[in-house]
Design a protein around this ligand. Structure first.
Ligand code: IGP
Length: 259
């Protein structure tokens, strides 16, 4: 079984377990549930840098990336650096993230926050809203067209932005619909972990212009960004390149100042 399938099997168990424990009504009472969200897609359209900086402790492809980074410092640092948004992994088993990470990021910065999660149930979307997220990620490789429609429309009803992630043409064709705000091309194949920026370049022409284009993963230098901009990308999701350093906020600042 490939890693993506394994993650989804575990995620289903996790969500079913949580549903028994915490009813949806509990989230609607949390302080951030009624918070006015900030639109990442609007921010990206206006920005000429477009960096979405990610907080990621570990990943199945790299195991440990940063064991000591503190989410509060990094959230402050990314905001200081001039990032357009921040992505926070909330999957614990494979990425070492927690829902608390997102809550703490929310308490420490005003950036639009993306909940980086394997969403397979509306329950996780309500949870995202309750912990202070502004954007959810939907991954085409693990969802049917019907689910993408249901989840994205549900997210829009909560005023959340939707970033839909694809890795190939088939996923892209199946996913295009008006309830998405941003189309993200993952340069990393989540099944084999191979990374190639060519994935973004090839798929760019097939993405209709009404979506903000985001290139994700494997970006480690400003030349890559300059090139991807020529293909119409306005958002760049960067994790490891910042997180592998002792001070992710400072690395993001150096990086963005060169753009
Ligand atoms: O650390 P990188 O190579 O800069 O990648 C960041 C981000 O794109 C990556 O973490 C990611 C993209 N799509 C995902 C889906 C699930 C988990 C993680 C991801």
């Amino acid at each position: 079984m490939d890693i993506l399938k394994k993650i989804v099997v575990d995620k289903r168990k996790e969500v079913n377990f949580k549903k028994e424990l915490i009813p949806i009504q509990a989230f609607e009472m949390m302080p951030f549930f009624d918070r006015k969200t900030v639109s990442l897609s609007k921010k990206l359209k206006k920005s000429n840098t477009g960096i979405i900086a990610e907080f990621k402790r570990k990943s199945p492809s790299k195991s440990m990336i940063n064991e000591t980074a503190n989410i509060e410092d990094v959230a402050l640092g990314y905001e200081e650096a001039g990032a357009s948004g921040m992505s926070v992994l909330t999957d614990e088993k494979y990425f070492g993230g927690t829902m608390d990470d997102l809550l703490l990021a929310r308490e420490n910065c005003n950036l639009p926050l993306l909940r980086k999660e394997f969403i397979i149930d509306e329950y996780q979307i309500i949870e995202a809203k309750a912990i202070g997220a502004d954007v959810i990620l939907l991954i085409a490789a693990i969802l049917t067209r019907g689910e993408i429609k249901q989840f994205s429309e549900f997210a829009k009803s909560l005023n959340l932005d939707v970033l839909l992630e694809v890795h190939n043409e088939e996923e892209l064709q199946k996913s295009i619909m008006p309830s998405l705000d941003m189309l993200g091309v993952n340069n990393r194949n989540l099944k084999t972990f191979e990374v190639s920026l060519d994935t973004s370049k090839t798929l760019s022409t097939m993405i209709p212009d009404d979506f903000v284009k985001v290139s994700e993963s494997g970006i480690s230098n400003i030349e890559a960004i300059k090139e991807l901009k020529l293909y119409g990308y306005q958002g760049f999701l960067i994790g490891e390149n910042f997180m592998k350093t002792d001070n992710p906020g400072a690395s993001a600042k150096d990086f963005i100042s060169l753009l």
